[in-house]
Design a protein around this ligand. Sequence first.
Ligand SMILES: Nc1ncnc2c1ncn2[C@@H]1O[C@H](COP(=O)(O)OP(=O)(O)OP(=O)(O)O)[C@@H](O)[C@H]1O
Ligand SMILES: [Mg+2]
Length: 303
Amino acid sequence: MENPFPTLVRCEELGLTPDTTGKVREIFDLGDELLLVTTDRISAYDVIMDQPVPGRGALLTQMTLAWYEHFGDSLRHHLVHADAEGLPEPFRSHADRLRGRVMLVRKARRYDIEAVVRGYLAGSGYLDYQRSGELCGHRLPQGLQLCAKLPRPIFTPATKAEEGHDENIDAEAARRIVGDEAFEAIESLSLKLYEDAVEYARGRGIIIADTKFEFGVIDGRLTLIDEMLTPDSSRYWDAERYEPGREQDSMDKQLLRNHLSSLDWDKTPPPPRLDEEILERTAQAYVAIFRRLFPERARECGY
Ligand SMILES: Nc1ncnc2c1ncn2[C@@H]1O[C@H](COP(=O)(O)OP(=O)(O)OP(=O)(O)O)[C@@H](O)[C@H]1O
Ligand SMILES: [Mg+2]
């Protein structure tokens, strides 16, 4: 498939040096605003692959924008615009390469917790439950299987670790970090957003098993920041294949993970060289998710 947005691995390719570089995103500090550039890099088992998944960063950005739009005015978020042509120099000169993958956002005073909501028991949630029968202070029914659906979605905040893995924390610890008032607002808004998204995705055959939001304060008000409900911040499962009691295939990264497990690679850097075919099929998986969730917007984007 022809990619509507050109691939980009590093902004350095354009002679642009970001102020912060994450695994996937590069950030430019423009004073009151930030420019978020989502590259086509992909990580698996916390190792960044040497080769990009063409168009992945644009897909993640377009999905975030589609979710912002889905919630409309009911959601206060950080986006100013996502128009590469409308960026200040020196970015505007590179609009053809930045197209589709940029978001100019208002800088927030960030709340330093990951606002995680879980509707199913996967990943670290399942591990904590197995150890203690609890998850972030929520007492759960006994005998829940791996990936079981929870009686109702629960808010399970985590720390934002600078390095290593985020750690699940209970409400008391989260309240200490953000304050009582913010905690309650973040918890109820996170649950509301998750429940609405789950309902929407269910109608399209996708289970959003869990997701992570980030929030901050802009103009004195609670505001959603960062990406929203992408397969990087959420577990997307194909509803038709869902079966509790085992690990579920994630709709986006499973091809790559399966491929990597078939290689003789110990999951530490350097990453193995990947076939073009795997990268292309992985790119297609993102397109497929986007088309399923937001068919109209996908068409408008040229997918
Ligand atoms: N409007 C905003 N104001 C302030 N910070 C923001 C805003 N939007 C996003 N951020 C921050 O920008 C960063 C996005 O970068 P990125 O996702 O690459 O880093 P990360 O989440 O720390 O790492 P990774 O996603 O690779 O695990 C996050 O730290 C996020 O909290
Ligand atoms: Mg991130």
